[in-house]
Design a protein around this ligand. Structure first.
Ligand code: PEP
Ligand code: MG
Length: 765
């Protein structure tokens, strides 16, 4: 601590708590006292300046148009009051408001964001400490202290100022300083229709009533009258929250068993973290009510950690924020979203969703998800994709601009959200939805029917899966089984790497739920675009071609063997199907298969029940392997083409790069002749071949694949119906003949020709 900051009388924490309590109670008395609101604000600046030994204390209040206006000051020129105004984001004060986080600078004037305002006379002051005044998640003002010297403010001092800022926020929200209407965002909340844009995380259309996840609680009373009572209230709410989490683990309406249980368990562990509870109690010690303590600790956490880029830490921060909201709910005696009271069609609006939160809602009512944050690999995105509901993420200020009960249309395809839309817009989407419903009913009717062409060729349609909820979709669609189970997906939604026992449970539950239908497990395929939150991504220039997938598994044999052990155990007494991803040369496949053989032998040696039948296949995703197929097929029982990766390597075109999307076509003559050659080699060797990339889910692409010889396709569950309808309307013989006539053309794509063929032959695409 520098010499010119306040004297530290040890113990520091104790001193700080007492000082803070004193300051809070004085601020509270002033606030509730007589006189003009602005006069009282002025008095508050005086006591803060005195307590923090600062030469300046100023309070800025947020006004309409995102302006921060100086309302009261001790130490700056009084002429500046109501004259000094800064936009949110402008200058240091604007920076604090924009990021909702404290700023502590010993040499403020040399900071690049410093915006000099001559009317204030602030050129005399070098050091600055500022904090946001936050109310219901929104910054309503900024408190700043300044000193002439280059002072180093301590963490305790920042906390003191943050706590007093809560009292100021309460005063601003009271409406005495600015008109209440100014406190709302500018776009006429609750009245005007809005069109918001975001990032598509899952397509489709969803309509319904807005349900705000974690409604913003407005803390009514910041300063406690009776601290003992507040400690007790916190403990009671904390115990209630634990109990509710426990109940949810046992009785979640979402799914009776499965990954959510483990997610919840991890979640409960965070809730038991003594550090968190201690912080809450310390905040009460400083004079806050239990609610204000929760808000205070949450604000602090968001401010400190919100800017962290590390995905693992961000997830953890989200989890703790989520727990804070749960705790708040219990403090208010609100037991949370009672499904009985949920609207029939729910469009869930959230800033972000922690791992367990989607499970709070009755999945059968969820129509769409709107998130202020969220990325394609976030938990919510993974689960929502499995539920097949549209998700639009990164929608700016969604929570502020959407009100509970608003009608909302979410167009996942164009990543747009229509709030309080007019009748005409709603009608357009209603028509689109109705058409989709009619289609869905038509596909439902095909459920029990085989995917057989008009001329009698049978095609097996499997689903791609990753979560337990996918099993429901497998049964609903009448698919033949799971043709690609991405084992990395359950790893992605967990807080840490599952051990052998945990993995065994995951795989066993999948096999049990599949009810005897085949499940093809693919070993861990991480790296590239698939990031595990707890796994430090390597610093690679070209991750798609980097250390990923089977390359990691072979370099970390213990990890692969653990996974194989779990798969062998889960498959005891039943068929085991497994494949290895991203194999580039036969030796890699042989090495991986060797490890499986070792695990099987180890299992057998121990007298444990072994799988009845083991089928081991290889994914074809790297073009080089296609030129070594004969050798591969001496070792491999089947081949599954991963067309997503195969395309990116065939065309040297990044699958995740939006600028390249559509540049090359999956239905190019080159792709089709490549795949045709692969199919015929497999046929010659008498080994089955399937395709499990996205292209299998598009009816026209699937038609082409069947035309060149594929009889096994694995696709997203929502495509089973459309692809089956296509197969059942196809006369394969004429397609095969047609394809032969166009195999050598010099066009970039045969898409148009195949579309015309389908139209001419009444194939449903
Ligand atoms: C593929 O690459 O086509 C595939 C099925 O694997 P993933 O999409 O999981 O990489
Ligand atoms: Mg792949």
């Amino acid at each position: 601590m520098s010499g010119d900051s306040i004297d530290a009388t040890p113990p520091l924490a104790e001193h700080n708590t007492q000082a803070l309590r004193r300051l809070l109670s004085r601020a509270r008395t002033i606030m509730a006292g007589p006189g003009e609101a602005e006069g009282r604000l002025e008095q508050i600046t005086g006591i803060i300046a005195a307590e923090l030994v600062a030469e300046v204390c100023s309070i800025y209040v947020r006004r309409a148009g995102d302006m921060l206006e100086l309302y009261a000051t001790q130490g700056l020129k009084s002429d500046a009051i109501h004259n000094t105004r800064l936009r949110v984001g402008e200058g240091l004060v604007g920076d604090i408001a924009a990021h909702a986080r404290p700023l502590v600078l010993s040499d403020a004037q040399n900071h690049p964001n410093f915006a000099y305002r001559p009317e204030t006379g602030e050129e005399l002051f070098h050091s600055l400490m500022g904090v946001p005044a936050v109310r219901g998640g929104r910054v309503v003002g900024v408190l700043v202290v300044q000193n002439r010297t280059q002072r180093h403010y301590t963490d305790e001092e920042v906390e003191t100022l943050e706590t007093v800022a809560m009292v100021v926020a309460e005063m601003v929200a009271g409406g005495e300083l600015v008109d209440q209407a100014e406190l709302s965002p500018v776009d006429g909340i609750g009245i005007k229709p809005l069109r918001l844009e975001g990032l598509r995380l899952h397509n489709g259309i969803g309509m319904g009533t807005a349900v705000l996840h974690q409604p913003q609680y407005k803390v009514e009373q910041v300063v406690a009258d009776d601290p003992v009572l507040e400690h007790q209230r916190l403990d009671d709410a904390y115990a209630d929250m634990h109990g509710a989490l426990q109940d949810m683990m046992e009785t979640s309406a979402f799914d009776k068993a499965g990954e959510h249980r483990e997610i919840m368990e991890a979640y409960r562990m965070i809730a038991s973290d003594a550090g968190w509870l201690e912080k809450l109690h310390t905040a009460i010690d400083s004079g806050l009510t239990a609610e204000a303590a929760v808000e205070r600790v949450q604000n602090d956490l968001s401010a400190r950690m919100g800017q962290v880029a590390d995905p693992y830490i961000r997830e953890r921060v989200q989890d703790i924020e989520d727990l804070g909201s749960r705790l708040m709910r219990h403090l208010y005696g609100d037991q949370g979203q009672d499904t009985g009271e949920l609207p029939e069609h729910v469009v869930l609006v959230a800033r972000t969703l922690g791992p367990a939160q989607l499970f709070d809602y009755d999945a059968s009512r969820l129509r769409a998800l709107v998130l202020e944050e969220g990325s394609p690999t976030s938990h919510a995105a993974i689960v929502a994709r499995a539920l097949d509901i549209p998700v639009v993420a990164q929608v700016k200020d969604a929570i502020e601009r959407i009100e509970q009960g608003d009608t909302i249309v979410v167009d996942g395809d164009s990543a747009r959200v229509f709030v309080r839309a007019g009748e005409d817009v709603q009608q357009t989407f209603k028509d689109a939805l109705k058409a989709k419903t009619v289609q869905a009913q038509k596909y439902d009717a095909l459920k029990e029917l085989p995917a057989r062409t008009l001329d009698g060729t049978e095609v097996n349609l499997f689903i791609n899966a990753g979560l337990l909820v996918d099993l429901r979709r497998m049964h609903e669609t009448g698919a033949n089984g799971i043709g690609l189970y991405r084992t990395e997906v359950p790893f992605m939604v967990r807080p840490e790497f599952p051990d052998v026992d945990e993995q065994e449970v995951i795989y066993r539950e999948i096999l049990d739920g599949a009810d005897g239908k085949p499940v093809l497990f693919r070993t861990l395929d991480v790296g590239g675009d698939k990031v595990l939150p707890y796994w430090e991504p390597g610093d690679e220039e070209n991750p798609a071609m980097g250390w990923r997938s089977i390359r990691i598994s072979l370099d970390r044999p213990a990890m692969l063997r653990q996974q194989l052990r779990a798969l062998v155990r889960a498959s005891a007494g039943r068929d085991m199907r497994i494949m290895f991803p991203m194999i580039a040369e036969v030796s890699e496949f042989v090495a991986a298969k060797g490890m499986l053989d070792m695990e099987l032998a180890r299992h057998e040696e121990r007298g444990l029940e072994v799988p009845t039948n083991v089928t081991v296949g290889c994914m074809l995703e790297v073009p080089a392997l296609a030129f070594q197929l004969k050798a591969l097929l001496r070792h491999s029982d089947f081949v599954s083409v991963g067309s997503n990766d195969l395309m990116q390597f065939l065309f040297a075109s990044d699958r995740g790069n939006a600028r390249l999307a559509g540049r090359y076509d999956t239905l190019s003559p080159s792709v089709l002749s490549f795949l045709r050659a692969v199919v015929s080699e497999c046929d010659e060797a008498g080994k089955p071949i399937s395709l499990c990339g996205e292209m299998a889910g598009y009816p026209l692409d699937a038609m082409a694949l069947i035309g060149i010889g594929f009889r096994n396709l694995s696709l997203v569950p929502s495509s089973i119906g459309p692809v089956k309808a296509m197969v059942r309307s196809l006369e394969l013989g004429s397609l095969e003949r047609y394809l032969r006539t166009i195999s050598d053309i010099d066009h970039r794509s045969v898409r148009k020709k195949l579309k015309n063929f389908a139209q001419d032959h009444q194939v449903e695409i």
